[in-house]
Ligand binder design. Sequence first.
Ligand SMILES: [Zn+2]
Length: 171
Amino acid sequence: MHFKKNKQKDEEQKKLQKEKNNQYRAERRSLLNRKSKEYYIKNRDKCLEKVKKYREKNKINISVKEAKKRILDTERFDKNNLKFYLWSLKNREKLNEYQRNWYKKNKEKRRAHVILNRAVNSGKIVRPNFCCECLQKCKPDGHHIDYNLPLEVVWICRKCHSRKSTRTIKI
Ligand SMILES: [Zn+2]
């Protein structure tokens, strides 16, 4: 009986210690986060240089990792595009060249996309979580009506977007 009581006590103490440790770690983590943030603000260029070098060195690993993430994101990833997607992974250079040419030919569109992306990332514009045309829940694209108004967009899904684009080309 006495022994049993002791055992119970031990376990309670262990539990308490564990909780304490967790709390200590959480506090430490937030302190470290704050410190690294402060460090980043003071040494922004140095940090960015470091990240750039790291990305350059681990280019292939990073692109594969990001590709996997994208495939797992079913809301974003359309299975019909899988064939093209796998092709693009193997022909990265070709695709990059195509993209560069597209940017050169479509400077206006590119500019609008960059401005819109920045506004979304900074929280100035909120992307809805559904398509405004078919009302399906998804991560919609911003469809520009006028590229001179980069922040004026209709939020529609990939399917509705491609339908819209082909319609515009036909006109
Ligand atoms: Zn849609």
